[in-house]
Every structure is written in structure tokens, then in C-alpha cells.
Design a protein around this ligand. Structure first.
Ligand SMILES: *[C@@H]1O[C@H](CO)[C@@H](O)[C@H](O)[C@H]1NC(C)=O
Ligand SMILES: *[C@@H]1O[C@H](CO)[C@@H](O)[C@H](O)[C@H]1NC(C)=O
Ligand SMILES: *[C@@H]1O[C@H](CO)[C@@H](O)[C@H](O)[C@H]1NC(C)=O
Length: 260
């Protein structure tokens, strides 16, 4: 039998040897490049010593944001295995035209500051104890268009198609009466706005400013009532074999003017 005192010394020694320090917490993201907005990323961590229910994962974009400027967060305890110090979570990411990066922080009940709350009245997580930070993650360049929207114009026989691209290169809206015969096209007007166009902080400052990309605007004319048409919202990315078509139709109005 080992005497009590030496067993205490032994366990102290062992705990000194095996207590993971902050630098041993690891975090990884997969994949490191996403192909389009809304694609999921899996974040895995391990080596979190004596996990706290409030330890959290901060989402940052751009990656050089200061710790208090996270754009979202998750508690590590939402992962079923959090008590083991390891876990993972999968979340979709919106393409903000800037890379992402994740940080893990230790936060405890005693550090909750009831005066610092977010818009939902939850206390803001503390950023004093950074445990680990991930590599950067980005989106494949040259993909798009994104955020395709259809809208009415002031005319009954028109439809506006708007979308966002990364580089503002000329793009056409292809359309036609069938998904496999989009034989007509219309050009788009391209515009964007800059940080200087924003009228107040934080939107006009580096921390609140987001690159909006280039906004394309095309108008399809001479539409026929009661006919459904297809637009091809893969536009210029057809060459990489991705075709997503959308169908829309103009419904016959019940207040039709018989003289028209
Ligand atoms: C991050 O980098 C951008 C571009 O280099 C710079 O404008 C911005 O001030 C940096 N932000 C911080 C918090 O360092
Ligand atoms: C942002 O807008 C406010 C209000 O107009 C102005 O006082 C401030 O100087 C602007 N900041 C920058 C960085 O342009
Ligand atoms: C709409 O009106 C046109 C012409 O009057 C007609 O041919 C078509 O069947 C109608 N479509 C619907 C969905 O009611």
C-alpha cells in the first residue's frame, strides 16, 4: 500500500503532468472551403479541461475581428459529448464575401455580467479566456450568382430578376418556356454601394461594414399571361455543370380589363 502523503504527492505530480493547458485545446474545421452560401461546416474541438457549461464557440468574419466582435456564438454544451472536453457541431454559413474563423472561450457562471446583454436580453459571453482558435475558412471564388430574387415591375408583362455576384462581371439572365429550352436572355445592370455610402456607425465603420458584392438587375419583358416561364439562375456558371432552374408564371388577374 502507498502511504497517504505520498499518494497525495503522486496524484499532484500526475495532475501537473496531465492537466491540459490552454494551448492543448484543439479546434478544426471541415471542409476548409465551402462551395456556396448556406453550405454546412463541421467544427470539432478536443482537450477542453474541466469543461464549463458556459464554454462557448465564437463565429468571426472577417477573421481579424477583435474577440468582442463575434457575429454569432454557440455553447459547447450543445454538443452531447461536451463533458468529455471534446465535441463537434455543424452549422450552415452564409457567404459574407469574407473569410470565417472560430474561437473557443472559457466562461463561467461567476463571470456573467448581468449589465452586458444582447438584443434578446441574454448576457453577452465573456471573452477573457481564449482557449483555442481555428484556421480560416472561405468560399470557393468565382461561384455565383447568389441571393436570386424575383420581383414585379410596374408593368404587367415584366419580371425583374436580381442577384448578387462576387466580381460584377457581365452576366445574362437566360429564360425560356421550358427548363430544357432557355433560349432567350436579357442583360443585367450592375451596381454596388460602398462603406462611404452608409450614413451612420457601425455600418460606415470597419467593424459594421459588410461587402455587399455586386447587385445585378435584369428585366424580362413581353411575358404572356397564363404561361409559365423558366429562368436559369446558374447564369454564367453553366460551364461547371451546375444548372438550377426556377419556374414562375403570371397568374391571370381576376380584375382583367376586357378592353386590353
Ligand atoms: C482587419 O483587416 C482589414 C483589412 O486589412 C482592416 O481594414 C481592419 O481594420 C482589420 N480589423 C481589425 C480589427 O484589425
Ligand atoms: C459614420 O457616420 C457618422 C454619422 O454621420 C459620422 O459622424 C462618422 O464620422 C462616420 N464614420 C466614418 C468612419 O465615416
Ligand atoms: C389565362 O388566360 C389565357 C388567355 O385568356 C388562357 O388561355 C389561360 O388558360 C388562362 N390561364 C389560367 C391559369 O387561367
Amino acid at each position: 500500500m502507498i502511504p497517504v502523503t505520498s499518494s497525495i504527492i503522486l496524484s499532484l505530480l500526475l495532475s501537473l503532468l496531465f492537466t491540459p493547458s490552454a494551448s492543448e485545446v484543439s479546434i478544426s474545421v471541415s471542409p476548409q472551403t465551402l462551395s456556396k452560401s448556406g453550405d454546412p461546416v463541421t467544427i470539432q474541438w478536443s482537450g477542453v479541461d474541466s469543461p464549463s457549461k458556459l464554454d462557448w464557440l465564437g463565429i468571426y468574419s472577417p477573421p481579424n475581428s477583435s474577440s468582442s466582435d463575434f457575429i454569432g456564438y454557440l455553447f459547447l454544451s450543445t454538443s452531447p459529448t461536451w463533458q468529455s472536453g471534446s465535441g463537434s457541431t455543424t452549422i450552415p454559413l452564409v457567404n459574407l464575401r469574407s473569410n470565417y474563423h472560430f474561437r473557443i472561450f472559457r466562461w463561467t457562471e461567476s463571470e456573467i455580467n448581468p449589465k452586458r446583454r444582447d438584443h434578446d436580453n441574454n448576457p453577452l459571453p465573456g471573452t477573457k479566456h481564449l482557449l483555442a482558435q481555428s484556421a480560416e475558412l472561405g468560399f470557393e471564388p468565382g461561384r455565383g450568382p447568389e441571393q436570386v430574387h424575383l420581383a414585379f415591375t410596374g408593368r404587367e408583362d415584366e419580371m425583374r430578376v436580381m442577384f448578387v455576384s462576387q466580381d460584377g462581371k457581365e452576366m445574362l439572365v437566360k429564360y425560356g418556356l421550358r427548363a430544357d429550352a432557355m433560349d432567350q436572355s436579357v442583360g443585367t445592370r450592375v451596381g454596388r454601394y460602398e462603406r462611404e455610402d452608409m450614413c451612420d456607425a457601425p455600418a460606415n465603420q470597419s467593424v459594421g461594414w459588410r461587402d455587399p458584392g455586386y447587385i445585378h438587375d435584369g428585366v424580362i419583358t413581353n411575358l404572356k399571361k397564363g404561361k409559365s416561364i423558366w429562368i436559369d439562375d446558374s447564369i454564367e456558371i453553366l460551364f461547371i455543370g451546375l444548372t438550377i432552374a426556377r419556374q414562375f408564371g403570371l397568374v391571370n388577374s381576376s380584375h382583367e380589363n376586357p378592353t386590353c
